[in-house]
Design a protein around this ligand. Structure first.
Ligand SMILES: NC(=O)c1ccc[n+]([C@@H]2O[C@H](COP(=O)([O-])OP(=O)(O)OC[C@H]3O[C@@H](n4cnc5c(N)ncnc54)[C@H](OP(=O)(O)O)[C@@H]3O)[C@@H](O)[C@H]2O)c1
Length: 265
């Protein structure tokens, strides 16, 4: 039975991905990378005594640790991320660099054995094709409300794409690009698509789609959206506040620093 690595298992996507893998089969082996094991065990106490789950705790820049986590896996779920539209955000680029460093090390250590597929969490707004169906006004507002996040994601995707073009790692990287996400369990039948998407979807829906992408046969698709057929989910009204706040950090980035200085952030 296959082994999967979940990098960022304490996050909303990460822990739902672990839950989905655990539910798929008791035979599946999971390597989880986290920066805080106590936080993971608080969220997912069932993994504490599960012999099929190995926990790797530490800094994501510890290449030896990350390499051990991704070694012998079929796919790596790269879901170390942030939802905060913070000026200068670089978590997606930093985690892409860390994952790629580990892939290079793994290739050296394992003498060019087949490397795992990387399934990267991204966002619909960085996929021009999927955005064709979004009105220009919605695109303008949403893109600017999460500007720093999207800039970071676009640069991270470029890092992976450049490495894939170089060809030395024979990289198999897929980007999963959901629209708005809300907390909660599965909301319907989940499929993946290059041209369609549902919005909002739940984190559990997203996790199922991520696992589908990990198990796809063949070299395509590279950019994947998520479609859910089921009960229509509602976006929480507080999203409006998040959008307004995000616009503030985009257009007056210095204000973000000021809020941090006064511990308001
Ligand atoms: N929210 C939405 O509606 C939406 C829609 C589309 C796309 N997205 C994308 O989804 C991503 C956010 O995913 P999410 O909601 O799953 O995020 P999340 O719940 O904030 O989880 C982030 C994970 O990354 C880990 N992490 C963050 N910084 C780290 C660091 N320096 N070193 C090691 N681990 C670190 C966190 O660890 P700790 O638990 O230790 O902090 C956590 O496990 C963003 O890229 C966003 O663009 C979100």
């Amino acid at each position: 039975m296959a082994t999967y690595a979940v990098l960022g298992a304490t996050g909303a996507t990460g822990h739902q991905t672990v839950l989905h893998l655990l539910a798929l089969s008791p035979e599946i082996k999971i390597h989880v990378y986290v920066r805080s094991k106590p936080k993971l065990l608080h969220l997912l106490p069932q993994v504490a005594n599960n012999k099929n789950v190995r926990i790797f705790e530490g800094s994501m820049n510890d290449t030896a640790l990350l390499t051990a986590c991704i070694a012998s896996t079929k796919a790596v779920f790269a879901v170390i991320a942030s939802n905060e539209n913070a000026p200068g955000l670089s978590i997606a680029q930093d985690s892409a660099a860390a994952v790629l460093a580990s892939m290079r090390r793994l290739q050296q250590e394992s003498n060019a054995a087949k490397l795992p597929r990387i399934v990267v969490l991204s966002a619909v707004m960085v996929n021009k094709r999927l955005c064709e169906k979004v009105s220009w006004l919605e695109h303008l507002v949403i893109y600017h409300a999460f500007w720093h996040i999207y800039q970071d994601l676009e640069k991270a995707e470029s890092l992976y794409a450049r490495e894939a073009e170089k060809g030395s790692l024979d990289l198999d990287v897929r980007f999963v690009q959901p629209g708005a996400l809300i907390q909660g369990g599965k909301s319907g039948i989940v499929t993946i698509s290059e041209v369609d998407r549902s919005e909002p979807i739940s984190y559990a829906d997203l996790a199922e789609a991520m696992v589908q992408v990990a198990n796809l046969e063949g070299a395509k698709p590279t950019n994947v959206a998520v479609v859910v057929e089921g009960s229509k989910l509602q976006i929480h009204p507080t999203l409006l506040l998040t959008v307004l706040e995000g616009l503030l950090w985009t257009f007056i980035p210095r204000l973000y620093g000021l809020f941090q200085y006064f511990h308001l952030k």
